[in-house]
Design a protein around this ligand. Structure first.
Ligand code: DON
Length: 304
């Protein structure tokens, strides 16, 4: 076994016994998750994926889609047009809070639901299918393989998504949402329902770490400038109302999702991802947070 995989195995043994938290239950399909699953992966500059635990387990990407759809919008429209619709300040509030800026009605940032729905609505495409296709194509390029929507989770999201619809109506009333509410939220529910593994997320993180070039496929997915913008916003807003403490403890731009996934980016060094369904009160995975914190410590990845 190579020394990096041995180190990952060691961290797996250390963190596996932690059993605090509970899976998300506001979407019925997520409540049914196998809560014992734990996996994580790292990808370096040569695109070699090292993974331990349940690394073949698929789960829905959820909020971890947000930075990648933001990347797509920034790439297509440029920074100015995106920032006209969404801010870049931490909200200090939960992911599903209203958090709109006084006066402009812009959501605080693209990592909370309101901001992500606004950003998703900017993706070119006349209807849900066209927009979803653009999103799936881009996230697949980040992952280096074709990703698919989990239709059962999508149906569950849509059936229980009234709060997100309400947020979208508010955005539309402020002129911040592009197009119709239903188109925007259905495309957003689909982007959240894409199936990934920790391996995929680690490659996606690595693509941001290496300036927008996927180290596995060697393909440029986005411009270097866009990758930097996305990482900057993940750095201040990626872990919701835990973002400040996360930066203090771990020191890496990161993004979490309610199905228990977490990815972190050590610029020019590593893409890192973890998965474990039990969440803390902020909606971040308890064991994924511990894993990435431990890896950052052992690899000396804290940026500061
Ligand atoms: O918008 C929602 O409710 C979810 N489908 C995605 C939210 C999410 O992952 C927030 N994360 N912690």
């Amino acid at each position: 076994m190579d020394p990096i995989t041995a180190l990952l195995d060691d961290v797996l043994d250390e963190i596996a016994p932690q059993d605090a938290g509970a899976p998300a239950d506001y979407i019925p399909e997520l409540a049914a998750a196998d809560t014992d699953r734990l996996a994580f992966a790292v990808v370096g500059p040569h695109g070699r994926v090292r993974a331990v635990g349940d690394d073949a387990a698929e789960f829905t990407i959820q909020s971890i889609s947000k930075p990648f759809v933001l990347a797509l919008a920034l790439q297509e429209l440029g920074r100015e047009r995106v920032l006209a619709r969404v801010g870049v300040e931490p909200s200090g509030e939960p992911f599903n809070a209203i958090s709109l800026e006084m006066g402009t009605g812009r959501p605080a940032n693209p990592m909370i639901n309101a901001g992500a729905i606004a950003v998703s609505s900017l993706v070119p495409g006349g209807d849900v299918d066209e927009r979803t296709a653009r999103i799936v194509e881009t996230l697949s390029a980040f992952a280096g393989r074709s990703l698919w929507v989990d239709e059962a989770v999508y149906a569950s999201e849509s059936a229980t998504g009234d709060r997100n619809r309400a947020l979208a109506h508010l955005l539309r009333s402020h002129g911040v949402l592009e197009g119709e509410v239903e188109t925007a939220v259905e495309a957003y529910f689909r982007q959240c329902s894409l199936l990934v593994t920790v391996r995929d997320l680690a490659v996606m993180a690595a693509t941001l770490a290496f300036g927008g070039v996927n180290p596995l496929t060697r393909r440029r997915v986005i411009d270097e400038r866009v990758a930097r913008d996305v990482l900057s916003i993940m750095g201040s807003c990626g872990m919701y109302d835990f973002s400040g403490e996360w930066m203090l403890r771990v020191g890496l731009p990161a993004k979490s999702g309610v199905s228990g996934g977490l990815l972190a980016v050590a610029p020019s060094q590593f893409g890192v991802a973890a998965f474990s369904p039990r969440l803390d009160t902020h909606g971040n995975s308890v064991r994924s947070v511990l894993v990435v914190e431990e890896l950052a410590e052992r690899f000396g990845m804290h940026m500061l």
